[in-house]
Design a protein around this ligand. Structure first.
Ligand code: PLP
Length: 454
């Protein structure tokens, strides 16, 4: 079988293999890699999934993309090693569920992508005896998931940039208490500024010899793992494969949602995705008007990992629907907006609605949501009210992307309770932190990289 190749959304780079796309991160023309072909899951396969544990479903999906690239047994092993934790599907009422993607080592859904990607990269680097410097910007959860997933691996060094005032102290401590091959830098700036420095470094030929690679949601290795839990939820909850499901996805950089859209293209019976954003509502605006306007600077909301004014994965979404959007957000070819609106219903949720959703979910259902999951839950409730889809039988799953204990201040303020600490966060308060503060200036950042890693 011929392996699937990966093209750049800017269309100015020759298609590359999965391995090259994974190691490179960003395409040389600043576009994002996308699979040329989206493999299909057959009806028979869908029928077999309900009997399988998470890692077996994950392997079946991964193998569709990577057959002929990685030996099957190797792939099986690294995936079952990556997914050694629970994926609870919590019933809330009728057939409405919350999927808790918060049981990994850093208690956010980013563990799913980071753990699989780290193992894939290690596999390829080990083959070639190469070294890499992973550079990543984070709005909170990516940094800790990546740092933890790569922590202690040979041949790989990690640099994480984060906006000093936009992450919670627990999020920060999950990165700054590691050490070893992990270096953390804070910018007194916004997430978008951190992302801009990182993106510029990738296209700076003066830094070629540093062997930079990206672990941000722009990396294709982050995307594939984010298709798997959609299949899992469906497999575990559906009554038959003739039934359609609705997902609500709290979205910032749209990696999570992009994973869902790929799952749908692969043949997962999805009726619709509710795309939930906070006040950074450039995508809901785009879907309704066809005009794309970045939000600069991005707005600060309590769902801080979603404070993204120009989501990088949007160019992938546009590509999936036949359009072209470059890295600046310029749409040079319109995607099929009609089809996008059939597949997705986008809702922007305000701060007040977010807090209210946390309050209501707890009061009505004893369900503890953190701000990101609350945005998704609130958007799903709005969709149910507005769309007439409120039959008790319609299967719906809202994604909870982080553990409430990562946002204790908000939970305390809104619910006056103390969320239980998951095992992965125990003892973190007492650990010693180490990070450096850097000016929001590309030349300063570049000099630092050259001096320390050159
Ligand atoms: C990153 C993140 C999101 C947003 O995911 P995207 O793939 O960037 O849309 C939502 N919730 C939490 C907790 C996150 O860490």
């Amino acid at each position: 079988m011929k392996p699937i190749m990966y093209y750049s959304t800017n269309l100015k780079t020759k298609p590359v293999t999965f391995k090259d796309a994974l190691i490179k991160g960003l395409a040389p023309d600043k576009g994002l890699f996308m699979p040329e072909k989206i493999p299909e899951i057959s009806r028979d396969e869908l029928v077999s999934f309900p009997q399988m544990p998470y890692h077996e479903i994950a392997y079946a999906i991964a193998n569709k993309f990577l057959e002929g690239e990685i030996p099957a047994q190797k792939l099986k092993d690294l995936i079952s090693d990556a997914y050694n934790y629970e994926v609870p599907l919590q019933n809330v009422y009728d057939r409405k569920y919350v999927m808790r993607l918060d049981q990994g080592p850093t208690a956010s859904f980013k563990d799913f992508a980071a753990r699989q990607m780290a193992r894939l990269m290690q596999f390829y680097l080990g083959e070639e005896k190469r070294e890499l410097l992973i550079l990543t910007a984070t709005s909170g959860d990516t940094g800790s998931a990546i740092a933890n997933a790569f922590y202690g691996l040979d041949n790989i060094k990690i640099v994480v940039l984060f906006p000093l005032h936009e992450v919670t102290s627990r999020q920060r401590k999950q990165m700054t208490t590691l050490g070893r091959n992990v270096r953390i830098m804070a910018l007194d700036a916004k997430f978008d500024d951190c992302q801009a420095l990182v993106k510029r470094a990738f296209t700076d030929s003066d830094l070629d010899h540093l062997k930079l690679s990206s672990a941000n949601s722009i990396n294709i290795g982050r995307l594939l793992p984010q298709t798997m839990y959609y299949f899992y939820a469906y497999a575990k909850l559906t009554r038959s494969v003739d039934e359609q499901i609705i997902f609500s996805v709290p979205s910032g950089n749209f990696g999570d949602m992009m994973g869902g859209l790929i799952a749908m293209r692969m043949g997962l019976p999805v009726k619709r995705f509710v795309i939930a954003t906070n006040s950074n509502d450039e995508f809901p605006e785009f879907l309704s008007s066809g005009r794309y306007e970045k939000i600069v600077p991005s707005k600060n909301c309590i769902s801080s990992a979603m404070n993204v004014g120009h989501p990088s994965n949007l160019s992938r979404v546009v590509a999936l629907y036949g359009g072209v959007m470059d890295e600046t957000g310029l749409v040079t070819k319109m995607p099929d907006l009609k089809q996008m609106n059939r597949d997705m219903h986008a809702v922007s949720i305000s701060e007040a609605e977010t807090k209210n959703a946390i309050k209501e979910a707890y009061a009505k259902h004893k369900l503890i949501l953190e701000p990101h999951g609350a945005v998704a839950w609130a958007a799903l409730q709005q969709y149910i009210n507005d769309s007439g889809q409120n039959t008790p039988d319609q299967l719906m799953v809202s994604l909870e992307t982080a553990h409430p204990a990562k946002f204790p201040e908000e939970i305390r303020e809104i619910l006056s309770i103390e969320p239980n600490l998951p095992q992965s966060l125990e003892g973190i308060e007492a650990k010693e932190e180490s990070f450096m503060q850097l000016e929001n200036n590309y030349e300063v950042f570049k000099r630092h990289l050259l001096q320390n890693y050159g």
